[in-house]
Design a protein around this ligand. Structure first.
Ligand SMILES: [Zn+2]
Length: 143
C-alpha cells in the first residue's frame, strides 16, 4: 500500500483538520505532516530550524507555500508519483470516511498554484479525474 494513501487515511482517522482555509488552524497539521512523509523532506534547507510542532506533538510548519520554488517543484513530482497509485476504491473510501472537507480536496488545494502542472502529470489516473472535477468546479464558479 502506498504511503500517501496510508497518510490520508490516518489523517482522517486521527481527526486532523482538512478544512483547506480553516480560520482556526489553517489545516497546518495536515499540511505540514504531509511534507514530513516525503523523501525530500530532510533535504529542505534549514529544515531543523523551520520545522515546528504544536502541543499535540504534531508538525505544523513548514507548509508548502513557504518553501522555495525549486523545492516545491521536487515536492510536486514526488507527490504525483504517489497520487498516480491511488485507486478509485481508495479514493471512494477516503471520501466516505470524510464527506465534509474531504482530505484529497485539501491536498489538491495545497498545490492549487500548480494545478495545471499537477493535472498534466495525473491525466488518465483516478486522482487525475478527481482533480479535473475540482478544476472544472472552481472555473464554473469564478465566471
Ligand atoms: Zn482547522
Amino acid at each position: 500500500m502506498n504511503w500517501l494513501y496510508k497518510f490520508l487515511l490516518s489523517a482522517v482517522e486521527n481527526n486532523m483538520c482538512t478544512k483547506c482555509h480553516c480560520t482556526t488552524c489553517g489545516a497546518s497539521e495536515f499540511r505540514a505532516t504531509l511534507l514530513t512523509k516525503l523523501k525530500i523532506y530532510n533535504k529542505i534547507p534549514n529544515i531543523t530550524k523551520i520545522s515546528k510542532t504544536n502541543n499535540n506533538n504534531r508538525f505544523i510548519s513548514p507548509v508548502f507555500k513557504d518553501l522555495e520554488k525549486e523545492i516545491q517543484s521536487n515536492i510536486i513530482d514526488e507527490i504525483c508519483i504517489e497520487l498516480k497509485k491511488l485507486t478509485e476504491d481508495q479514493l471512494s473510501h477516503l471520501e466516505e470516511k470524510r464527506r465534509v472537507y474531504p482530505v484529497l480536496r485539501c491536498l489538491f488545494v495545497e498545490f492549487e498554484d500548480y494545478a495545471d502542472h499537477v493535472y498534466s502529470l495525473l491525466v488518465g489516473t483516478s486522482s487525475g479525474i478527481y482533480l479535473k472535477k475540482m478544476i472544472e468546479h472552481s472555473k464554473s464558479r469564478s465566471i
